[in-house]
Design a protein. Structure first.
Ligand SMILES: O=S(=O)(O)CCCN1CCN(CCO[C@@H]2O[C@H](CO)[C@@H](O)[C@H](O)[C@H]2O)CC1
Length: 491
């Protein structure tokens, strides 16, 4: 329909939260400074065979020392908020509250106070993948239910020490990636090869840990601190290959349930996994000779405990795939991919990026936002990540990223104004180039360029930083300012 393809000139809601994001391991460096404990990403990236060019986050953007520069560039872009994460092992070197590293507490206090001075709202992610190594070695990290208490203690410490000034909390960043790529593949730390069970055990404990932290805030801190606690879930939009073909539509829904429903259904609906996940994994487990389903079960009281434990839905979205049913595959070793029975692919016409998994498909974010509104009873949604990568060397004239942000942000505007989705904020990933996990510094997501070969790690604005600032200043797309945006676009 016409509106789907036309650019919308309009403004976002008055108090819309324009933001940008980073994460501790990807920017801080100071990997073993001032008493910080070792994380699983310190260890993972110290194996040069696992990271592009043998690179690591030992120094990264050196934000442990240069956080004032980060606040400066947030101010240059006139942003309202800044999403960053707390390094668990910087505060709790062995992961437990037996030993608190006050130097770590001081670092985050200085950053938070600096942001408030600059009139920038701190949005804090408690866990962005950097598990204290000791918890992995001691009891298997997310594979052991013991982690629920340790995570809850870590969360409570953060609420206690920072909650007088931090009012926006995200418990976990992308539990799908933690479970599926950390415990179901080899792409992310701790790099445990998938067996079709560990990924589901890790997810089970991630969901319990999230709920425990939310209840702690709700019971012990909300009354006096008045903040909100949510979770950031990643999801690609799953476009049915043929919208008129019921099996393609069914496959699309099935993938969305396996991708985001895995976590969103328990937390936003009824404390349990989506029916389609239970049915398919139970059936396949039986066929594969398991005595019980590879998908763990929540008890009735666990369902009560988990249901309703989020004040908003944080969405990390980057791209879209076509979907259609895949031939049923009951072969062993089983896995999340085989379990969902969906094949996904990119239209080769879609513009690429610096990352193999990321194609620019702007209309996908609007379709996903519409689906989330329907599926999860119209929740408040914060887009906590959206962004575009390019391979280094990238020049500052990053028109591909300009095009991506122009179009994706306009689709978010349509979702709000035309579809009534309650999107409360938008966060560009990322504030600056940083350590892109297994890709090291070869894939760049920054609005600001960082020269990692220069010891002072200088931050310099790309064209996209100027574009984003124009959009923030106009709180959207004003007819007259569009001319200025025009000049940013490919001639
Ligand atoms: O299909 S494969 O398994 O071969 C490749 C993985 C596919 N995606 C990669 C992106 N990730 C979500 C984005 O991950 C997010 O986005 C940023 C850019 O990556 C990261 O820097 C952030 O830390 C992270 O929160 C979900 C998994």
């Amino acid at each position: 329909d016409a509106e789907r393809d036309t650019f919308l000139f309009d403004t976002f809601p008055e108090d819309f939260m324009w933001s940008s994001a980073t994460s501790a391991y990807q920017i801080e460096g100071g990997w073993n400074e001032d008493g910080k404990g070792v994380s699983i990403w310190d260890e993972f990236s110290h194996d040069p065979t696992l990271i592009y060019g043998g690179q690591s986050g030992d120094v990264a953007c050196d934000s442990y020392h240069k956080w004032r520069d980060d606040i400066e560039i947030l101010k240059e872009m006139k942003l309202k908020a800044y999403r960053f994460s707390i390094s668990w092992s910087r505060l709790l070197p062995d992961g437990t509250v037996n030993s608190i590293n006050e130097a770590g507490i001081r670092y985050y206090n200085e950053l938070i106070d600096g942001l408030l001075e600059a009139n920038i709202v701190p949005v804090v992610t408690l866990y962005h993948w950097d598990l204290p190594l000791n918890l992995h070695k001691k009891y298997g990290g997310w594979l052991n239910v013991a982690i629920v208490q340790d995570f809850n203690n870590f969360a409570k410490l953060c609420f206690m020490r920072f909650g007088d000034r931090v009012k926006n909390w995200i418990t976990l960043n992308e539990p799908w990636v933690v479970a599926q790529l950390g415990y179901g593949s080899f792409v992310k730390a701790p790099g445990i090869l998938g067996d079709g069970m560990k990924t589901y055990i890790a997810a089970h404990n991630l969901i319990k840990a999230h709920a425990a932290a939310w209840h702690t805030y709700d019971n012990e801190f909300r009354a006096k601190q008045g903040g909100i606690v949510g979770i950031s879930l990643n999801c690609d939009w799953a476009e049915p290959y043929k919208r008129t073909n019921p099996v393609d539509v069914e496959a699309s829904n099935r993938l969305l349930q396996f991708f985001i429903g895995w976590f969103a259904h328990p937390i936003f609906v009824d404390g349990d996994y989506p029916e389609i996940m239970k049915t398919r994994i139970d059936n396949k487990s039986r066929l594969q000779g398991y005595t019980e389903s590879r998908l763990p079960k929540f008890t009735e009281e666990e369902k009560q405990f988990i249901s309703g434990t989020s004040d908003f839905l944080g969405l990390n979205h980057y791209t879209t795939t076509y979907t259609a049913p895949a031939p049923e595959d009951n072969s062993v070793p089983p896995g999340w991919g085989k379990d969902n029975g969906v094949q996904k692919w990119f239209n080769k016409k879609w513009p690429g990026s610096g990352s193999g998994w990321l194609k620019g498909v702007p209309w996908g974010i609007r379709r996903l936002l519409e689906w989330l509104k329907e599926e999860y009873n119209d929740p408040d949604i914060y887009i906590t990540e959206n962004g575009f990568s390019a391979r280094e060397p990238e020049n500052l004239d990053d028109t591909g990223r300009v095009q991506y942000y122009m179009s994706y942000i306009n689709e978010v505007l349509k979702a709000i104004k035309l579809d009534g989705v309650k999107v409360k904020g938008y966060t560009a990933w990322s504030l600056m180039d940083n350590f892109e996990w297994a890709a090291g510094y070869s894939e760049r997501f920054g609005l600001y360029h960082v020269d990692f070969n220069n010891p002072s790690k200088p931050r310099r604005p790309k064209l996209s930083a100027k574009l984003y600032t124009t959009i923030v200043e106009n709180n959207g797309f004003q007819e007259e300012s569009h001319g200025t945006l025009e000049m940013y676009l490919d001639p």
